[in-house]
Write a protein that binds this ligand. Structure first.
Ligand code: FES
Length: 123
């Protein structure tokens, strides 16, 4: 069901865990499948210097979160906000139609983490 790229990332996920001293955290879940994804980041001077994920979900969710965190490290907050689930799917060279929502979790978790960061900044 999954292409080789997805399987490769799923078997060797990068950026797994939790960023030490994170100042941004986003946790999202999908009510239908029950899967949960958490992304933590360390943002300094508007740049995402580190990002990690914890995913309790399917292979597509793990592959999406690993890929998405890799894509935002070194980026500005503004650039990361532009990342969509379509970018993640392109990077993964495609996902089966019934697994598109798994990539949406990654987009949502990143947005939620940045939202959390911006709220902390405003305090
Ligand atoms: Fe729910 Fe993949 S089946 S995140």
């Amino acid at each position: 069901m999954y292409n080789e790229k997805v399987m490769e990332v799923f078997k060797n996920p990068q950026h797994m865990g939790e960023v030490e001293n994170y100042n941004a955290i986003g946790t999202v879940g999908n009510e239908t499948c029950g899967d949960i994804m958490q992304i933590t980041m360390r943002i300094e001077d508007g740049i995402i210097v580190d990002a990690k994920f914890k995913t309790f979900g399917c292979a597509a969710a793990v592959a999406s979160s690993s890929t998405a965190t890799g894509m935002i490290i070194g980026k500005t907050v503004e650039e990361a906000l532009k990342l969509t689930n379509k970018d993640v799917i392109t990077e993964l060279e495609g996902l089966p139609p019934q697994k598109i929502h798994c990539s949406v979790l990654a987009e949502d978790a990143i947005r939620m983490a940045i939202d959390d960061y911006q709220k902390r900044q405003a305090q």
